[in-house]
Write a protein that binds this ligand. Sequence first.
Ligand SMILES: Nc1nc2c(c(=O)[nH]1)N[C@H]1C(S)=C(S)[C@@H](COP(=O)(O)OP(=O)(O)OC[C@H]3O[C@@H](n4cnc5c(N)ncnc54)[C@H](O)[C@@H]3O)O[C@H]1N2
Ligand code: MOO
Length: 412
Amino acid sequence: MWVDPNAAPPKPIPYAEARTRLETLAAALPRPVVSRPVIECLGRTLAESVAAPAAVPGFRHSAMDGYALPATAAPFQTGQVFKIGGAATAGQATPVVAADAAMAVATGGMVPEAFGAVVPKEQVQVTGDTLALCADIAQDANIRGADDDFAAGDPIATAGDKLDAVLLATLCTAGVQTINVWEPPRVAILVTGDEIQPFGSVLKPGHRIDSNGPLLASWAAASGFTFTIAGPSRDDPEQLRAQLSALAMSHELLIVTGGASVGPADFTPRLFGELGQIAFWRVAVRPGMPVVAARIGDSLALGLPGNPVAVVAGLFAFVGPIIRTWFGMRDPEPSPARLDRAIGKSHARLEWRRGYWYVDATGQARVRPIDKVSSGAMQSVAQANVLIELRAEQEHWDSDALVPTHRIRMEI
Ligand SMILES: Nc1nc2c(c(=O)[nH]1)N[C@H]1C(S)=C(S)[C@@H](COP(=O)(O)OP(=O)(O)OC[C@H]3O[C@@H](n4cnc5c(N)ncnc54)[C@H](O)[C@@H]3O)O[C@H]1N2
Ligand code: MOO
């Protein structure tokens, strides 16, 4: 799509259509899979499902510190007396004991099939090298099977699962050595706008401090991505063209903020069109309508409007789906909640309204819409923990209406 700066801008497309085009773009990017030792994969996402290679722990073992009783002596009853033929300690080979003797065993110690139960220390009376049972002991009591944790072939994790500490430890336990994970996209962030000044600047009238750069850089860092941050850059098409083409050469995901709309200094859509192929420009959503997406070389370029709340919504609505497509991850489920008060809108775009989600005293999930709806008001995002989804074709919601909400202010 060629963007003619003098022509009328295109009609916004529905969000569902934009998502489909974005996911098609993301799936077509070169996404390398690498094989890595499990221990180095915290935060990585599995490119293929993993099953247990063998049973774990792989040997029959004791769940208690006590004595293994010879199977031939079952049933084990109060008062029964056994000679203690030896002691098995965890991690050591089992000693040879007489067929009718008991064997001292530690928790986790191997218990061969010749033994029919383990009696805990607390339930025996030991005199010299003999013990007497103080209770009846059931067959197989306190013995765990060789597949107590995993049987060979048990599924452990599915492609698209992200390794947190628990999953990483579980794979280690199962004896999995290396896994195939997606190499994450290299992310470039380009902040634009003549009025935008970097953190720490002394502002002149008309200037704003850059918040989109810190927002996107913090998101990329928290996601564990390698990223480059450029700008704030002036609204100069020559300089922006050079920056965009250089960044697109070395990054798979390029996020630009500002200059997405139809103003005289809005160059992002035109430059995307010159350097690559535009997938869409303008989507019927609020905030974020002027969003533009394109393929530039081997990079997916996303141009978000400069308004800071549109960037927060853009992370949720556009960047999130790109990242999940890249990693083959599922979408998080929305959380339905009842509105604290009636709300309305006077446009036919899908809106993500800021809200505060909570559970009331009766256990009911509720959401309090935040009053400020300006796309420039970061304050209102700081007061919110969800985005309330307001359907494009509806204009009024009664108090107590059930609406889908999406958690924000968390890792995507
Ligand atoms: N005639 C029309 N005008 C506008 C339309 C339209 O359809 N027709 N769309 C409006 C909508 S919706 C949005 S959203 C904005 C987006 O415009 P841009 O993408 O060109 O964004 P900018 O003009 O560059 O910035 C908007 C706003 O945000 C502030 N900003 C920008 N970057 C940052 C930053 N890094 N940190 C903090 N604040 C930032 C900037 O100063 C502006 O106030 O267009 C509407 N106009
Ligand atoms: O889409 Mo803009 O972000 O509504 O103000």
